[in-house]
Design a protein around this ligand. Structure first.
Ligand SMILES: Cc1cc2nc3c(=O)[nH]c(=O)nc-3n(C[C@H](O)[C@H](O)[C@H](O)COP(=O)(O)OP(=O)(O)OC[C@H]3O[C@@H](n4cnc5c(N)ncnc54)[C@H](O)[C@@H]3O)c2cc1C
Length: 314
């Protein structure tokens, strides 16, 4: 039996200060926390329930997105404005998990969910996964080769989105997703949050986000994490690519942006041939073994499909 105390604050200072104490943890939808806690892999002496905080709200106009940290995956994914103006966000959410989990899982919790690999699930910190076909090919460290599991984070990475954070001293900061995540070290943490740091909202400003798509390849058609996924956001000037934003999932220990491919696409015609040409070198720097080597070719096809799907939006 793991005993813990439960607090249910109704304001942000109450939540951040309670969570800053040693052994404390936030719980939002609980779909990651409770799983790992039952396995003994998420030790916590006190739990700070976020459900009473005023952290809801969906603003999804053309060009501007703001999502409250406690909005659920289904509420955001099914919102008509998100579907119309931010398709990559909607698609990434609705292709994730199951309807039941999406009704519980929240924006903040989704970004901080843990990989469901042995390294993370086993309470023995020395336990490591054996080589597997799921292993990441980018951002592999001596501590972890588990791919980051969030679909939403891949879409947000492609949108160059930001995370709004309030700390226990009441100060607010806004972090780009690229600064929010870091490669996992010995503590297996892949985020840069300090104890008590509370995500209050996710934000993005992308005038051309309406032309975006998320493609997810998985072992079965529902209820599965990505083997490989890709998010593409395109800004076209007639038939020429003015700007391209790309990120990939299932391949990195954190959501993986593809800046070299973005650079190669700028100024090119938005044709399948030009897409294929720009994808040359996509696998540069990949760390593979015989089980996961297929991910390089699969990533190529997945990014190509995401680009074609984004381009096809009228
Ligand atoms: C069977 C199964 C299949 C799944 N498939 C997918 C999938 O295909 N794609 C996918 O993306 N996800 C998938 N998931 C994961 C699921 O989406 C996440 O568990 C969920 O999004 C986590 O949200 P939550 O609110 O329940 O987080 P919680 O479990 O409540 O919290 C997760 C972590 O985030 C922290 N946290 C939560 N909110 C905040 C906040 N506002 N500020 C700071 N820290 C916070 C908690 O302290 C904890 O460390 C799957 C899960 C299961 C069980």
């Amino acid at each position: 039996m793991n005993n813990f105390t439960l607090t249910a604050p109704t304001d942000l200072p109450g939540a951040t200060q309670s969570a800053a104490r040693p052994g404390a943890s936030f719980i939002a939808g609980g779909t990651t926390v409770l799983d790992f806690w039952k396995l003994g892999a998420y030790p916590m002496q006190s739990v700070v329930d976020l459900s009473g905080l005023p952290l809801k709200g969906i603003q999804a106009g053309p060009g501007n997105l703001k999502l409250g940290a406690l909005e659920t995956m289904n509420a955001v994914g099914e919102h008509p404005d998100v579907q119309a103006h931010w398709p990559v966000v909607s698609q990434s959410l609705l292709l994730a998990a199951s309807p039941q989990i999406r009704n519980m899982g929240t924006m903040g919790g989704n970004l901080l969910q843990r990989p469901r690999s042995v390294t993370y699930r086993n309470p023995d910190p020395k336990r490591q996964d054996g080589p597997s076909r799921f292993d990441a090919i980018f951002g592999v460290t001596p501590s972890s080769r588990a791919p980051h599991p969030s679909d939403l984070a891949v879409a947000l990475m492609a949108l160059d989105a930001s995370v709004r954070i309030q700390n226990a001293a009441g100060a607010e900061r806004v972090l780009k997703l690229s600064d929010f995540y870091k490669l996992p070290g010995p503590d297996l943490r892949f985020d840069t949050l300090a104890p008590g740091d509370l995500i209050t909202a996710l934000e993005a400003t992308v005038p051309f986000a309406g032309r975006s798509a998320y493609i997810k390849i998985r072992d079965r058609a529902s209820y599965q994490f990505a083997v490989v996924s890709a998010a593409a956001v395109l800004d076209l000037d007639g038939s020429t690519i003015r700007e391209a934003r790309l990120a990939a999932g299932g391949v990195g220990t954190i959501p993986w942006r593809l800046p070299k491919i973005e650079q190669a696409l700028r100024g090119q015609p938005a044709t399948p041939e030009a897409f294929v040409q720009a994808l040359t070198g996509l696998g540069d720097g990949a760390v593979t073994h015989p089980f996961n080597q297929f991910k390089v070719a699969l990533l190529h096809q997945t990014v190509l499909r995401a680009l074609l799907a984004a381009k096809a939006i009228a």
